[in-house]
Ligand binder design. Structure first.
Ligand SMILES: [Zn+2]
Ligand SMILES: [Zn+2]
Length: 409
């Protein structure tokens, strides 16, 4: 059996790992790398029997429409969220003049060829089983049995529970090969409850000044997590952009906090038009949750243009900012810059760590629990160092392959 790294080898983005055995080829995820622009895709395999998608984030699902006739296997919620994100991706690509090689029609065709699976399924003679990954709503890890060998691919994973979903579930089976994400292989997260307190203190200060708190957020996962963290601020919250559509999808599934999420969503202000946006800015004393999370576009940019001079307002980041994005640049320099404008931002800016990825200690705990025979580190900027640390700590043979590399077991 062979594993070929099509993407996410020593990088974050375009997750795609090809399992090759006898006449069977299955890709574990098939994502895109959005940064640096223009987006880049994984190596495209010639013949392939199926794609298993762990979750809707585009770095795991964004290349599916390049193979619109291949069967994709994913959870029901992942299918709905993937559709939302892929259609937006096509729209953004058109606005930015990127050639991504597929259209809205391909997105629809690819998804019509996708099979909804929630737990066990079989592709040719490979037995597959989903486990909750604890990363975002609908996210799964995959256990595959190939010729009696067990492979466990984490996808993006989190061990500790979040407000919206519980932490990951791990298999009891003996694992031969663990393919593990390594996003935070080099560091731990700040303590969550302290981080939430610090976040609310910043918000209180701004609301007391009748200012606006802008929370740029990823549509899927983070926006809903923020709504739950801010459940005591319900009358101050407005939600705008794709975060709104994603929440509408997510709250209808049976999650740990869906009842509360529904209640919150019903009461908060939903912003749809330019007029409503203007009114919110005029009125003040508002918390605005909106896309895009890294300020690449979306209503977030409109709000920045309106508040950047005001010291009584605030921009609070709660998600990872990738190098090269306007969000990262603003955090580093205090300047908001995109193709059209450059603004010296006067309002205070801060960053909070509400990550939905396992931190270094959580990753170690996952490895300890699974105690696999071999480990492959992917989806990280420091996979090589992390692999060395794992070998030293656990004495388990660990690989950190680059893209296009093939490992044989
Ligand atoms: Zn993800
Ligand atoms: Zn990812």
């Amino acid at each position: 059996m062979k594993l070929k790294i099509l993407g996410s080898g020593r990088e974050v983005g375009r997750s795609a790992i090809l399992l090759i055995h006898d006449n069977c080829k299955i890709s574990l995820d098939f994502g895109v790398k959005l940064q640096p622009e223009p987006p880049s895709f994984p190596i495209i395999p010639k013949e392939i029997d199926g794609i298993i998608v762990t979750h809707s984030h585009l770095d795991h699902s964004g290349a599916i429409p390049l193979l619109p006739n291949v069967n994709c296997y994913m959870s029901d919620m992942t299918k709905k969220l993937t559709k939302l994100l892929l259609i937006d991706f096509v729209k953004v690509a058109r606005i930015n003049n990127y050639h991504i090689g597929f259209s809205k029609k391909d997105v629809k065709l690819a998804l019509s060829n996708s099979l909804i699976v929630e737990k066990d399924f079989i592709i040719k003679d490979v037995a597959c089983k989903f486990f909750d990954a604890g990363h975002i709503p609908g996210s799964k890890s995959i256990l595959l049995n190939v010729q009696g060998k067990n492979i466990f691919y984490t996808g993006d994973i989190k061990l500790e529970k979040q407000n919206l979903i519980d932490g990951c579930k791990l298999p009891k089976e003996e694992i031969d090969i663990l393919i593990i994400e390594s996003t935070y292989g080099d560091r731990d997260h700040n303590e969550r409850s302290k981080e939430e307190d610090r976040f609310k203190a910043e918000i209180d200060e701004t609301l007391n000044q009748n200012g606006i708190v802008l929370l740029p957020a990823f549509a899927v996962g983070r926006a809903q997590e923020l709504l739950l963290i801010l459940k005591d601020y319900i009358d101050y919250i407005a939600i705008d952009g794709m975060a709104k559509d994603a929440t509408k999808i997510i709250m209808n599934y049976n999650l740990k906090s869906s009842t509360l999420l529904k209640k919150i969503f019903k009461r908060i202000k939903k912003v749809n038009t330019k007029k409503e946006r203007e009114r919110i800015i005029r009125k003040g004393s508002r918390i605005i949750i909106t896309t895009s999370g890294m300020l690449n576009g979306g209503p977030a940019v409109y709000y920045i243009k309106k508040i950047y001079k005001r010291k009584d307002c605030k921009i609070l980041f709660t998600g990872f900012q990738v190098e090269g994005t306007p969000g990262k640049y603003l955090l580093d320099t205090g300047i908001f810059r995109n193709e059209d404008l450059e603004l010296h931002v006067n309002c205070p800016i801060a960053r909070f760590d509400f990550s939905s990825h396992a931190g270094r200690s959580e990753l170690f705990k996952i490895i300890e629990k699974l105690n696999p025979k071999n480990i492959i580190c992917v989806h990280g900027d420091h996979c090589n160092e992390f692999a060395k640390d794992i070998e030293k700590k656990f004495g388990i043979k660990t690989f950190s392959p680059s893209n296009n590399e093939i490992l044989e077991f």
